[in-house]
Design a protein around this ligand. Sequence first.
Ligand code: GDP
Length: 553
Amino acid sequence: AAARSVQAQQAAEQAAAALTAEVLEREVGRRRNFAIISHPDAGKTTMTEKLLLYGGAIHEAGEVKARKSSRSATSDWMELEKQRGISITSTALTFEYSGCQLNLLDTPGHQDFSEDTYRTLAAADNAVLLVDGAKGIEPQTRKLFAVARLRGLPVFTFVNKMDRPALNGFEIVEQLEKEFGLQSYPVNWPIGSGDRFMGVYHRPSKKVILYEKRGQAGRSRGASVKAAYDLDDPELPGLVEGDLWEQLREEVELLEVLGDELDLEGVMAGKVTPVFFGSAMNNFGVELFLQTFIQLAAKPGPAPTRSGVAVSPTSPNFTGLVFKLQANMDPKHRDKVAFVRVVSGKFEKGMKVRVARSGRTVTLAAPQRMFANERQTVHEGFAGDVIGLTNPGAFAIGDTLVTGPLLAFPPIPTFSPELFAYLRCPPNQKKPFLKGVEGLLGEGAVQVLYSTDEYITDPVLAAVGQLQFEVVQYRMKDEYGVDTTLEPLPYCVARWMAAGGGWERLEGLGRLFGTTVMKDVYGRPVLLFRNEFALQQVLGEHADKLGELSPFA
Ligand code: GDP
């Protein structure tokens, strides 16, 4: 009888393991995680809203924006955010579509983005490049794209605002190629733009989908679609204005010549981008995009660790990566939230994990996520999900959380700062000042450099966006009680010397025009240049001595 019960128990355990494996396969297989990269005003908020609309997460467009502003009236996590009327917070929005769970990592679209924006991309599996059809590729897109490229993310391009006069489709395709080295695979193709925007030709189905401008149509799920016709439907030429019809026939042929097979491997490698045209505001082309996106987008995949061994997303052991810390989201509690991307296994509320860096065991209580725009308690999560954990000071950016054997994911890269300023404090506040600098540095709020002159002890803040300075000053006052002042420095390019590079190489170079040398927190030299030109000049004259220079620490 005893043997039988052991057998029965073993069978039960096996069955449970098989069930877990099945659940993991299923859940990971239906996850799609992505971040939108765009220049401010390209339509990210509008697009997000429409995506949530299809996800059934909200019922009327305008809700995201309305909540954006009502949130700032009620639970703004920072006074600064209120003053500026912008959202510094970047989290993940979750919605369901056609059996898939989509996690949209929200990168702040404001001009003053910060390193957080970049870090968010470290937790994304796919990038959606949102382009204003009239403006084409803009500066902020370039910066963010560089990060997506660094990570080899698949890129999906949505050309927005086709209801406004726009560049020709081929001009966009050319920009993607020239600027980003991306081959385009247009999934749909625009017919006219602006007042003469007639719709799109959907290549996979060979159908022409006609657009109908309808005052309020964009506000609900009902898209501004008038009708769909086969390309060879005899009625069609009568429905598309003469010259646009001719143009479409020509362009469709041209597209076929350029290639009618989608190179899926190229998409996965971030070399080929499926391109879509539409109008987020008018809710045209968004669902076509979504349908193709869930089919082609990368699912959560294996993640390399520092030892070189990859972790499978369906491994039974939970692992997660802390990619962002945020303080004071709720001023009543002055809490800190650590955002974790689940990399493998199953996350469960209340589970105990170890932090790889410190070896500490932490209970993951009160996990949260954003479903549409509501904060919700999370009970479980799988690879690709983002979970907010109230952070008792246990977590740092880049931390790996594990339940099984200790392992660590590679560090999240830091990004090349472009703004530099001395941070100073009144003499009698030195102590809390230093504590504050250390705290904010540890949280990754900003990078810090020091003068090579030992008499100058004030730290130099190095940031990618002006907002980072303001956040640091605000928090210095709010959390450490220190009134700081900033003294901006006239540099905008930083370069580190390649591995092993040191001070000795800098000696004997003499005075370098428009350049200064500082040291980072690890004591390594950092060259600061006034502009790109100064960098090129120094490189031209001293490349042999300096060796390779890197924009990253
Ligand atoms: P974000 O800064 O990227 O989040 O951009 P928003 O979503 O706030 O959009 C910026 C502006 O462009 C707003 O006035 C939108 O109404 C407008 N907009 C967004 N999508 C479209 C579109 O498809 N067509 C037109 N004409 N305007 C749009």
